[in-house]
Write a protein that binds this ligand. Structure first.
Ligand code: PMP
Length: 342
């Protein structure tokens, strides 16, 4: 099998890193203080396998009962649990999603010895509802905002889909804090919805590996059976709790990123790139020349890393994470230089 290829984490030099959708702003100082305070002799002891304190806090913040919440070592860990629990090895019609999307889903399906059912997104990245429902799979994944397009599926569409779907509908909301609406509000009415969140983007904690899953008691119970008992270490548990104690810090950073994103979309448009509407912390832009690989390399040569995908459906495009205004300015200056042949 082919393994998942994560975005590059370069070690050769310092780049302006706009390739893996990290937050350009630091985590809350309260989070850093909480981690430091947890560096004690207690690290000889295993962490709480039930993540009780974190789930209790998450229940308050997200208004979902703690019993319906499960914590993961990043949301990738929760995705792995979902595939382990739901996808039957060797069987057909197990998991479906529209593509292009987060390519880890492909890898997780293959690990289960299953062939994912994929449906191409239309040009506007709306959800191909009829085609996905026709597949009648156990699991459907809706990534909203989707990566790498940055586009969202309206809640009304997700709800309609979940009501008609025969199986579990996972809404991967890794980027939802940069968007306008969340499927968490659908949980009560649609027990087959499972919502995934991460602390890697809006909370600036990609380095700590923290994710949360929200779903029915049944689904959370099944996921707990396939979960590594100590999947979050002591420092991650403390960091996640502290982050939820300072949601205001996250929201302030999100507001800065959203403002910079909208400005970046406008400026890329002026430079002749065609952009998709984004409700995330990255933008997908197509070059008029169609040579996205060349553009990726030219930016890289200038010390700026973006993400290029060789996938045919993403031809001509690059995904750019929104940085600070200075970083975005440097990107735009580099794009102008490249266009002028400088
Ligand atoms: N879902 C999507 C759509 C993502 O882009 C990512 C980040 N690569 C993840 C989930 C996983 O995030 P993490 O494991 O850092 O929580």
């Amino acid at each position: 099998m082919e393994g998942y290829a994560p975005g590059e984490q370069p070690r050769d030099r310092r780049y302006i890193k706009l390739n893996t959708n990290e937050n350009p702003y630091p985590p809350s100082p309260k989070v850093l203080a909480a981690i430091q305070a947890a560096v004690t002799d207690d690290l000889r002891l295993y962490p709480d396998p039930g993540a009780h304190e974190l789930r209790k806090k998450a229940a308050e913040v997200y208004a979902v009962p703690a019993e319906q919440i499960i914590a993961g070592n990043g949301s990738d860990d929760l995705l792995a649990m979902l595939f382990r629990a739901c996808v039957e090895t060797g069987a057909t019609r197990q998991v479906a999603y529209a593509v292009p999307t987060y390519s880890l889903y492909d890898t997780l399906a293959v690990i289960q010895d299953s062939k994912p059912c994929t449906v191409p997104f239309p040009a506007d990245f709306g959800l191909p509802v009829r085609e996905l429902l026709a597949l009648q799979t156990r699991l459907t994944i809706i990534c909203s905002p989707n990566s790498p397009s940055g586009t969202v599926i309206p809640l009304a569409v997700i709800e309609e889909f979940a009501r008609a779907a025969p199986g579990l509908v996972v809404v991967d909301e890794a980027y939802v804090d940069f968007a306008r609406e969340t499927a968490l509000s659908l949980l009560a009415a649609c027990p087959n919805i499972f919502v995934l969140r991460t602390f890697s983007k809006s909370f600036s904690l990609a380095g700590m590996r923290i994710g949360l899953g929200f779903g029915s008691l049944d689904v959370v119970g099944e996921l707990n059976k396939v979960r590594d008992s100590y999947n979050l270490d002591r420092l991650s548990l403390v960091a996640a709790r502290a982050a939820l104690d300072d949601v205001a810090w996250m929201k302030a950073n999100v507001a800065k990123v959203v403002a910079a994103r909208d400005e970046l979309l406008a400026e890329l448009g002026k430079l002749g790139l065609s952009v998709l509407p984004s409700e995330s912390n990255f933008v997908f832009a197509r070059t008029p020349s169609g040579d996205a690989a060349g553009l990726y390399q030219a930016l890289r040569d200038r010390g700026i890393l973006v993400r290029y995908f060789a996938t045919p459906a993403l031809r001509g495009g690059i995904r750019i994470s929104v940085g600070t205004p200075q970083e975005n300015g440097a990107l735009l200056a580099a794009l102008r230089d490249i266009a002028a042949g400088r």
